[in-house]
Design a binder for this molecule. Sequence first.
Ligand code: BGC
Length: 466
Amino acid sequence: MEFLRTLRANGLVVRVAVIAAMGGLLFGYDTGVISGALLYIKKDLHTGPLAQESIVSVLLIGAAAGAILSGYLADRISRRNTKILSGTVYVAGAIGCALAVNVPMLIGFRFVLGLAVGTASFVSPMYISEVAPPKARGGLTSFNQLAVTLGIAISYLVNFGLKDVSGNWRWMLGVAVIPGAALAIGMLTVPKTPRWLVEHHRDDEARQVLTRLRAGLPDADVDGEMNDIQCSVREGRQVRVRHLLGRRLRPMLIVGLGLAIFQQFVGVNTVIYYAPTILQQTGLTADKAITQTVSVGVTNVVFTIVAILLLDKVGRRPLLVAGTIGLGVSLAGLAVYFASSTLQHSVPWLALVALLCYIACFAIGLGPVFWLMISEIFPQRIRSKAMSVTTVANWLSNFLISATFLTLTGAITRTGTFILYTGIAVIAVIFFAVRVPETKCRSLEEIQSGIDHDRAAEPETASGHR
Ligand code: BGC
C-alpha cells in the first residue's frame, strides 16, 4: 500500500506528522474530559445549570475566536510557530483551570483553553498537508483526526481512573498540560513548511526542507514540486477574506462550509457528550452506561485507523458518501428504537449497536474528510484564511448543536430529534455527491489548477462543481 510504503521510506515525514498531530490530542482530550469533570465541579464549586453550561460551552466560543486569530497568525508567524504558541497557551489554560478557585476563574481559563484548541484544530491538518507527499497526504493529515479520537478515548480513561481521587476534577483538567507541553516542545524540533517559506521568499530553505521530506521516496520530484509551489505562490495575487465570495473561490468556500456545518449538524458531538445519557435512557444504570461509552470511544479510534489506511487508496469522496449514508441509517435506527417500546424491551442492546455503527461511519468518512479537505481545496494564498473561516463555522455549529440537544429532545422527543438528524444526513449525502471534488493523489497545486481550469471552462452563471 502506497501510504505504508511512504511511512517506511521517510521517517522524517512520519515524525513531523505525529508531532503536529499532537494538536488533535488537545482538541480531543478537551472534548471528552469535561462531561466527567463536570460531575465533580458541580459539587465542589456549587454550580447551577447555567454555570455548568457556560463552563462547557465557553470553550467552543473560545475555539471559534482562536480559529479567527490563527488564520492571520499562520500566515504571519508561520504554521509551525502558531502551533508552538497554541501549545503554550494551552498549558497556561490547563494550569489555570486546574487551580480555579471559583466559577468565573474556571470559565475564563476554559476560554483561554478554547483559543488554543481552536488554533490547533486547523493549523495541525494545514501543517501536515503542506509537508506530506501527495500520495500519502490523506492518511498523514488524518493522523490529526486519529489524535482527536485518541484524545477523547484517553479522557474517558482518565475520568474513569480518577473517579475516586479527591479533588479529581482539578487533575482531570490539569493533566492536559502534558499534551500541551509536548506539542509546544515537539514543534520546536520540526521545520517550517516549504509552502510558507516560499511565500516568505526563503526559497533555498524551502528546497532544503522539501529535499529532506522527500528523501527515499521512489517517485519524489523535488524540482517539480518546488516549481509548482513557486508558481502557485508567485502567480497568486494578494487575497483577502472577502475574495472568498468572488466567482473563483466561492464554489470551494461552499464545499468547505458545507463539510464544516454538516460535520456537526449530523449530531456527532451529541453522541460524544451525551452517549452515557442516551444509553441510560435505554434503562442501563449510570455505571454500565459509562462503561459502554468507552466502547464508543474505542470504535471511533479503530475506524479512524481504517480511514487512514483507505483515504489514499479509495479516495475521499467514496468514504465521505458511504460513511454519511451509514450514519444516516444508524440515526434512523435510533429514531425507530426510541419510538418503539417493544424494541426497547425486547432488544435493549440495539441502541448501543446503533451508536457504535454511527460513530464507526462518522470515523471513516465525515470525521477525517472534513479536516483533510479544507486543507486541500483552497489555494496557497488564501489557505489559512479560508481554513480559519470554515473552522469557525465548524466550532459555531458544534456550539449550536451541543447547546440545543437536551432542549430539542425535551421539545420534540428523542425520536423527533433523531429523525431531524437523519433528515440532515440525507441532505448531506446529496450535497457531498454533487459538490465535493476528489483530491486523492493530486498535489495541492494540481488540485487548485484543476479548480481554476474548471472555473475557466464554465459560463459566468454556472456554480456547480465536482
Ligand atoms: C469533529 C469533532 C468531534 C470529533 C469526534 C472531529 O472531526 O470536528 O467535533 O468531536 O471529530 O471524533
